[in-house]
Design a protein around this ligand. Structure first.
Ligand SMILES: O=C(CO)COP(=O)(O)O
Length: 152
């Protein structure tokens, strides 16, 4: 796969997602890091985002709830280059009905090489890193080249 680059600007588009048993943990993390988070554009799956808005007063664009398509909506935004960072407190100990959607979201985040935190320790590392505040260049698949090779 040929690569090209994408610039993540200083003001990032950040997606926040948490499974039910980890919502308290993500809410605490958002409260603790509110001053950094307020400087970025936030979006979230339906329940997660609504709780973050209620409990932190952060401005969050909400998608549908995860099991109703919210993970897929965020995955689509990632594929379109509209999400720069994914913070996803996913639950490795409880099954969810939309497991294929969860896998698809994590897969697309990997395909498009965006920084992802899937637990609190990595979210802490990410928010303290220059990635969060600086302009960053990431390698991404060269889609035009990919398409050209498949259609020549
Ligand atoms: O299920 C989710 C992620 O897979 C999260 O969805 P909610 O934020 O609506 O609970």
């Amino acid at each position: 796969m040929q690569l090209t680059t994408r610039i993540l600007s200083t003001k990032k588009n950040i997606a926040l997602v948490a499974h039910d048993h980890l919502k308290d943990s993500l809410l605490k993390w958002c409260t603790k890091n509110k001053l950094q988070l307020v400087q970025h554009n936030l979006c979230a799956t339906g329940t997660t985002g609504t709780l973050i808005k209620q409990q932190t007063q952060l401005n969050v664009t909400t998608m549908l709830s995860g099991p109703m398509g919210g993970d897929q909506q965020i995955g689509a935004l990632i594929a379109e280059g509209k999400i720069d960072i994914l913070i996803f407190f996913w639950d490795p100990l409880n099954a969810v009905p939309h497991d294929p959607d969860v896998k698809a979201l994590l897969r697309l985040a990997t395909v498009w090489n965006i920084p992802v935190a899937t637990n609190q320790a990595t979210a802490n590392a990410l928010i303290q890193s220059p990635i969060f505040t600086n302009e960053v260049t990431i390698d991404i698949p060269d889609y035009q080249q990919y398409l050209a090779e498949r259609t020549e």
